[in-house]
Design a protein around this ligand. Structure first.
Ligand code: PLP
Length: 437
């Protein structure tokens, strides 16, 4: 199918996500024919370095031979079976392995197919737990300002992005938000840790006043992705854990974007030395191959549902819960982490990028150059109101897939990125920024 034909047909037959479709009258869709490693290729052989890991999901490159072969092997055995009343090897293995890798105490895995569903499950489980344990008034949630936990109605209720939410306000059971520990908002001379603790004091005040009606506090550990890669000090999470224990409020760690090594440790919560009551994973869990999400929780929560009475159980389900192909992709992804000592090798890649990126950090048009693990972000002072759009288009001309959020440009590359590819990424980003400032 020639390119132009594909673009026209995609515009009329496919309603694309997170898109004002009219924009594609002037901004062409990018037709991708194949992927290999960090590169995506269009039908004319033009390539794009996937610097955003295809919406933060890809960890070990496109068409990874090891993940491909695990899925192919599974395809010859069992593509799917319902997980109610049935079970299979990949889902058991994955649950056991995640339990040994995750922060202590999270021994029970509940599966779904996408991140928003994982949020829904955690919210429902939390409220249902309190109901089963004689506290039916604990039905409310609190999240951080600018938080993002997905876009189904329940997840939107704890998401604080007006653009995604306002049109549906009448459908949403509003939740409270409290100040974000986003280090960019620290006072002059105040370090990130002191600022984080100052913000945690506001969480304390909120919990003190509202704990009787609060089921859970939901948080994106260390990096608030959709807020524009807002990074903060782990001391906030350590304190939040203490406060949630003190006031009997669940702590939900949404590691959908930051889990699976993104922040430098396998799970971001490790850096705060905490175990949440619910840990949410999706995005990178299958290496970016197949839709899968998991809610990991504690034995205490599990036991509150374990009874003769059916209605005390957690009756939530999705058709593809625990899909065997997705679980095999996830197992292959965990194998790669172990075999290639990925977290260590990421540490040297991150150090290399930070060295090479000195000209970006010192660029007069760039502010707040920041890094956590394998995530980098900075704000660009550009005179263009449509900076994000221009930057995206110009990046494509330079063989880069960058997708700024407002004036925030970020890198979130697959972990297989090489030093050469880092050089190319930084060099060309500099050129793009120069011409947009
Ligand atoms: C992407 C994301 C979600 C939602 O996941 P989907 O699979 O897109 O529904 C939830 N929380 C965070 C932190 C995310 O980054």
């Amino acid at each position: 199918m020639p390119n132009s034909d594909l673009l026209l047909r995609s515009r009329s037959a496919v309603w694309h996500p997170c898109t004002q479709m009219k924009r594609h009258e002037t901004l062409p869709l990018v037709p991708i024919q194949r992927g290999n490693g960090i590169w995506l290729y269009d039908f004319d052989g033009k390539r794009y370095l996937d610097a955003v890991s295809s919406w933060w999901v890809n960890l070990f490159g496109h068409c990874n031979p090891r993940i491909n072969s695990a899925i192919t092997d599974q395809l010859g055995k069992l593509e799917h079976v319902m997980l109610a009343g049935f079970t299979h090897e990949p889902v058991v293995q994955l649950s056991e392995r995640l339990a040994t890798l995750a922060p202590a105490g999270l021994g029970h895995c509940f599966y779904a197919s996408d991140g928003a569903s994982a949020t829904e499950i955690a919210l429902k489980m939390s409220v249902h737990f309190w109901r089963n344990t004689g506290k039916p008034d604990k039905t409310r949630f609190v999240s951080l300002q600018n938080s993002y936990h997905g876009e189904t109605l329940g997840a939107l209720s704890v998401t604080d992005v007006a653009l995604f939410k306002d049109a549906y306000a009448s459908l949403i059971h509003a939740s409270a938000t409290i100040v974000s520990p986003d280090s960019r908002n620290a006072d002059a001379g105040e370090n990130a840790e002191a600022f984080a603790l100052r913000c945690a004091a506001q969480l304390e005040t909120y919990l003190q006043q509202h704990h009787e009606h609060l089921a859970a506090f939901i948080v994106e550990p260390l990096v608030q992705g959709a807020a524009g890669m807002a990074m903060y000090h782990p001391a906030y999470l350590t304190r939040a854990r203490e406060l949630c224990d003190q006031y009997q409020v669940h702590l939900i760690a949404d590691e959908i974007a930051v889990g699976m090594g993104r922040t430098g440790t396998l799970f971001a919560c490790e850096q705060a030395n905490i175990s949440p009551d619910f840990l949410l994973l999706s995005k990178g869990i299958t290496g970016g191959y197949l839709p899968l999400s998991v809610v990991m929780t504690t034995d205490n929560i599990y036991q509150a549902f374990y009874a003769d009475n059916v209605a005390r159980g957690f009756l939530h389900s999705h058709s593809y819960t625990g899909n065997p192909l997705a679980c095999r992709a996830a197992l292959a992804t965990l194998d790669i982490f172990a075999a290639d000592d990925v977290l260590n090798s990421n540490r040297s890649k991150a150090a290399y990028l930070n060295r090479i990126a000195a000209p970006l950090r010192e660029h007069p048009g760039i502010q707040n150059f920041r890094n956590t693990g394998m995530i980098w972000a900075f704000e660009v002072a550009s005179p263009h109101a449509d900076f994000a759009q221009r930057c995206f288009s110009l990046a494509l001309e330079h063989e880069l897939l960058l997708r700024p959020m407002g004036n925030t440009v970020y890198f979130m590359p697959p972990y297989i990125v090489s030093e050469q590819e880092i050089d190319l990424l930084v060099e060309r980003t500099l050129k793009i920024i120069d011409s947009l400032c």
